[in-house]
Ligand binder design. Structure first.
Ligand code: TYM
Length: 335
């Protein structure tokens, strides 16, 4: 049995990129009876200023979506990051093993520096240090692997590095976790629909770039219809020359379970208009079920799902932190 960790930040609404890159993969691993630790990263959601009401609402919505998509709290250890205090504790301990240069080289940090009117950079401290919190999220549970999309790979590299450092410097025995990423053609990086050179993301100002899991069925249809393609009208997978249509093929593949080759064959005499109709249909059919499940879930269901494994999760997390503290030389008369 493999132990796997995965999380989603509590900013904005979830989209089909999150679903294909992470949630769908988790569902497969759940079916294989692996041990999954799945959480909402609400502390990560505070990295950039956010309305307290919104972070609260996003956290509940993501838990509900995890459940609506099919994660079973009896099989998966589902939790909210801030409820397990050890995440912040290990975060500090790990920060003593990193340096600023290492953090400044993170792509997400470079992307998210906010330019002010006078062109100077304002850098919320959280953006610089948040990869360390992510490493803590992972190492607390000492997993074999971490399910993430392509965009998080660099953070997993940092995780490996810090696990090695802990082991070497403090005589600990953390596993060196692998990034478990779906194949590129399988959707490790779903691109923006109107701008297939860039990643589909929660915070895109162009709403037609992103299909949210809770979008209306008309909006889904509209967004697929207006997705950027090319003038060739040939359904062929070629991410370099045909990024738009290749992205749509990847999305269709993820929702239909057909391989790229099977899709190319199926639509070899078709055109973009018909292909787009088919894509809308497969997405709508799946999201209809998810949305119907979602609408039936209540706050009580969330509370119950979170309660189920809380004690065990806390115990595992506390055990990891206590080991690190002890080997780092901190007194531990309390526990
Ligand atoms: P977040 O919330 O940005 O995204 C959640 C998951 O969805 C994946 N993803 C995508 N996959 C394919 N195509 C896309 N366009 C796309 N956009 C996002 C992400 O890679 C991620 O797997 N820092 C993380 C959350 C986190 C975490 C962790 C994950 C915090 N601690 C520990 C794993 C383990 C994040 O912001 O993901």
């Amino acid at each position: 049995m493999k132990r796997i960790v995965s999380g989603i930040t509590a900013t904005g609404n979830l989209h089909i990129g999150n679903y294909i890159g992470a949630i769908q993969y988790l569902l497969k691993e759940q079916d294989k009876n692996n041990e999954l630790f799945v959480f909402v990263a609400d502390l990560h959601g505070l990295t950039i200023p956010i309305d307290p009401k919104l972070i609260n609402q996003n956290t509940k919505e993501i838990i509900k979506l995890y459940l609506a998509c099919g994660l079973d709290p009896k099989k998966v250890k589902l939790f909210v990051q801030s409820e397990i205090k050890e995440h912040t504790e290990l975060f500090y301990l790990l920060s003593t093993l990193t340096n600023i240069g290492q953090l400044e080289r993170m792509t997400q940090y470079k992307d998210k520096m906010i330019k002010q009117k006078n062109k100077t950079n304002v850098i919320p401290t959280g953006i610089l240090i948040y990869p360390i919190l992510m490493v803590a999220d992972i190492l607390l549970y000492n997993p074999d692997s971490v399910i993430v999309g392509q965009d998080q790979k660099q953070h997993i590299e940092l995780t490996k590095l810090l696990a090695q450092k802990l082991n070497n410097n403090y005589d600990l025995k953390f596993k060196i976790p692998e990034a478990q990423i779906v194949k590129k053609e399988g959707g490790s990086k779903i691109m923006a629909l109107r701008n297939p050179e860039g990643k589909m993301s929660k915070s895109d100002n162009e709403k037609n770039n992103t299909i949210f899991l809770l979008d209306s069925l008309e909006d889904i249809n509209k967004k697929i219809t207006t997705a950027l393609t090319d003038s060739e009208n040939k359904i062929k997978y070629d991410p370099i020359k045909k990024p738009g249509i290749s992205n749509l093929i990847t999305i269709y593949s993820a929702f239909s379970n057909l391989s790229i080759k099977e899709i190319e064959d199926k639509f070899k005499d078709s055109n973009y208009k018909n292909f787009k109709e088919e894509i809308s249909n497969v997405i709508i059919n799946r999201l209809k079920i998810i949305q119907s499940n979602f609408s039936k879930l209540t706050d009580k269901d969330i509370k119950e799902a979170l309660k189920l494994n809380r004690d065990e999760i806390k115990k595992i997390a506390a055990n990891s932190v206590n080991k690190v503290k002890k080997n780092m030389g901190l007194l531990n008369y309390v526990n």
